[in-house]
Write a protein of this length. Sequence first.
Length: 278
Amino acid sequence: MGFVTRHKERDLEIPKHRQDLMTAIEKDLFNDDDVLAVFYGGSIGSENMDLYSDIDLRIVVLPEKFQEFISNKKNRPKKWGNVLYFEDLGPFVTYSIAHYDCFVKVDTFYYKPEDIQPSVWLKNIKIVKDTNGMLADILDQSMALSYEPTIEELELWRTKFFAYFHEAYRRVMRKEYYYALKCIDNLRLSMATAWYMEVGIQPNTFGDWAKYEGERSKLEAWQLSLLESWECGRNPLEIMNVMKSIVPEFKRVHKNLCNKLGIEENSEWINGIIDMVI
């Protein structure tokens, strides 16, 4: 029998509380003339919410009022519900995350109109306020876009993979096993990123594991199985063996991405980098 939470009853109420928060948010912002547009991103925008989905809120405001909204970013969410605490990096950052006592969090980002441009990131949004039709136009233009990896993305991806690969070895040799495990996790994440790149799906911002696993993952069953097989603990031999087991799939997907982008694979160079530590 797997893990059983003692919070099951509370968790089953989360969708209701999330909807209550959304209702309060929309009522507040719809009546504010300084707010030009409001939309949801994330799982609400893409309509694939689950029990624990948060609220990814995006607010477009009048340019002359932008700084006022940023200064007030930890006060406004208190109108929507009972805030337990904030994740906030300070007064010069244009977003804030409010955690509510109902176990729902709201990630709020503020924008000026010129900040919103057509993007593959804006293909899945839910518009709740659009004063001058700006968001509808942006959404139409965004829907015509598709993701394709670039040579620059490939170069960044593979060099970071190499860096994590080498660093994991260094940390094992220093007996800094938690640091080594962080590198292993980034190697796993690098592979998930590459799998998305390979089939033309926009990967997450690096560091974000959201939806790579679980029922909402777009990965194939064999890819999820590989990810699971790359699990390891603090044992140095186990760490090194996982590194070795990742290499064949790295080489396969690297070759495919190189072919896709029309650049040289340079397998001798790749092997030389990998062979430095295994």
